[in-house]
Design a protein around this ligand. Sequence first.
Ligand code: F6P
Length: 346
Amino acid sequence: MLTRNLSSQPEDPFFMKTLGVLTSGGDAPGMNPALRAVARTAFENGCRVVGINNGYDGIFDGNVEELGGRLLSGMIDRGGTILQSSRCKRMYTPEGIDEARRRLQELGIHGLVVIGGDGSLTGAQELSNRGMPVVGIPASIDNDMAGTEMAIGVDTAANTIMQLIDRIRDTARSHRRCFLIEVMGRNSGYLALTTAISCGAEFAVIPEYYCNIKRIVTQLHERYQQTRDNSIIVLAEGVCDADTFIQRMVAERGSEFEQEVRKTVLGHVQRGGIPTHFDRMLGSRFGELAVTGLLQQETGCMTSLSKGRTTLVSFDQVIGKKKHPAPELIRLARNLQIDFGDPTEV
Ligand code: F6P
């Protein structure tokens, strides 16, 4: 991983007078602490900060406001994003990105901080390729971005899911049921696998591994026959939806299960909520680093957490790259006897 050296000071510390910041894509708890850190670090270094509302749409619509004072107080403990967010279709075409670049110039924005997931930082990379000084901050509960061990929002979402599964386990135990719990993760099984570990689930179904449905069905049957035990299966939405998965299990078994099988789709309750200490710290660290980087003429890069330290990594090394589950996480799940399928190449 390329890490950038932030030791050199810019010749003119006030060369970048106005910074813009936006949040884009799915909201993630910790975006507000990141916005706050961006603004405070910018003020501390003599810059103005313009908040761009509603993601990239705000650039096209000129929907911007100067950040400061009351707008920035009482927000560190709030989920979501005070700037609001969107998935902006106008950023999907080269002409749209050219226009966004022009608009940023017209708005007098000298440097931009983009807080969002892979799609949002792809837009940031395109702007930086067109000469706009940009630093990205990874924020997505899915934790699907290469180049950083954690993105903003993952820890809060994982804690929320863990608490919800713990509650479902009470009913599963009391009624000897099997619960299939669908969690978010469009292309990533991180939330499903790590919450399966922290909740002591029996099975995790994740997009990165081939799901051996026959084995799941056999094991469920045996568990129920032997001990009438309850079971928890955590399913990442990126594999399929819960109804489809239950249909596949019933088709594999060839008949209905003796045990009652129920599903719970957690949905957007996973994405909101008060950011945890970890997400407040990560948001604050990434926000501060993004501005420090821009002021030292770093651009075309993303903040990253690696081995406990924050660094900047080049967009070219991370955008569009697949993030694989860490080998030690796979080993941990295996040794804790969670069945999460087989490597896809098998
Ligand atoms: O990318 C984050 C995420 O929460 C995914 O886990 C989920 O598939 C998607 O966003 C849902 O997006 P939306 O709220 O736009 O339907």
